[in-house]
Structures are given as structure tokens and as C-alpha cells.
Design a protein around this ligand. Structure first.
Ligand SMILES: Nc1nc2c([nH]c(=O)n2[C@H]2C[C@H](O)[C@@H](COP(=O)(O)OP(=O)(O)OP(=O)(O)O)O2)c(=O)[nH]1
Length: 128
């Protein structure tokens, strides 16, 4: 089971999502940005590192929002959503080709990675 941390960044009823670029696993699907936890890292450290690597932004990582497990054909992941504050949104994209802030109530219409749907449903129940 691979542990993956993902940012749940909320602002004025919107949530941050990013689309995986061509050539990436799950290309074209939207996700909550983040990535795999490396050996020796805490969840928060891993998420801060991934956001810096993937979006070139500094982040304040907060409490856990939710976690969910998903079994893809080739890999099983535990996806851990952590509330994240992004003081500056001057992103430089690398593994994504687009980011967007979407109304939480519209998440059902976003073409999300399958593992993310449980988190999106919980966000819609609690924040939309
Ligand atoms: N970051 C992130 N990954 C997700 C989400 N949902 C989801 O299924 N995933 C999957 C995609 C990847 O298989 C894995 C995250 O790892 P990663 O972002 O480092 O992606 P990767 O496989 O391209 O990385 P790498 O092995 O090439 O270093 O989890 C999500 O919301 N955020």
C-alpha cells in the first residue's frame, strides 16, 4: 500500500485541483496535488515537499481531513487529505498542465482520479 498525501486547500468555498499532464500516470485526470511519502518523512513534511517540487509553492500543512484506500489495477494507495493553507499562489507547474479553484459543490462534475472521489464526496457533504 503506497501512502500518498494530498492538499485540501479551501478558499471562499473553492477547492484547489490540478490536472495531471500528458506522460504522467493518470494523465488528464484532476487530483488534489501532492504525492508519495518518502522514507523518514511525516505526512506534513511529504506534502510540503511535494507542493514545493510540483507547484513551486510554500504551504502551511494543517490537520487531516480524511483518508481513503483505493485499489488500482497495478497499485493500491492510501490517499491522505491534509488541510493546507497556501499563502501565495504563484505556481510553476511541472507534473500538472492546469490548476483550478472549483466551487466545492461542483466537484462532482470534475474528472477526478478514482481514489479522490471519496474525499470529494466528503468535501461536498461538509463544505458545499
Ligand atoms: N498526488 C496525488 N496523487 C494521487 C491522487 N489520487 C490518486 O489516485 N493519486 C495517485 C497517482 C499516483 O499513482 C500516486 C501519487 O504519486 P505521485 O504524485 O508521486 O505520482 P507518480 O506516480 O507520477 O510519481 P513517480 O512514481 O513517478 O515518482 O497516487 C491525488 O489526489 N493526489
Amino acid at each position: 500500500m503506497i501512502k500518498v498525501v494530498a492538499a485540501i486547500a479551501l478558499r471562499d468555498g473553492l477547492v484547489l485541483v490540478a490536472r495531471r499532464a500528458l506522460g504522467q500516470r493518470q494523465a488528464g485526470l484532476w487530483e488534489f496535488p501532492g504525492g508519495k511519502i518518502e522514507a523518514g518523512e511525516s505526512e506534513a513534511e511529504a506534502l510540503a515537499r511535494e507542493l514545493h517540487e510540483e507547484l513551486n509553492i510554500a504551504a502551511h500543512i494543517g490537520e487531516e481531513f480524511a483518508r481513503t484506500q483505493h485499489h488500482y489495477a497495478d497499485v493500491s494507495i492510501e490517499l491522505i487529505g491534509l488541510f493546507t493553507e497556501l499563502p501565495e499562489m504563484d505556481c510553476v507547474l511541472s507534473v500538472h498542465d492546469q490548476i483550478d479553484w472549483v466551487p466545492i459543490g461542483h466537484l462532482a462534475m470534475v474528472d477526478l482520479a478514482p481514489a479522490d472521489i471519496v474525499l470529494a464526496q466528503k468535501l461536498m457533504r461538509e463544505f458545499a
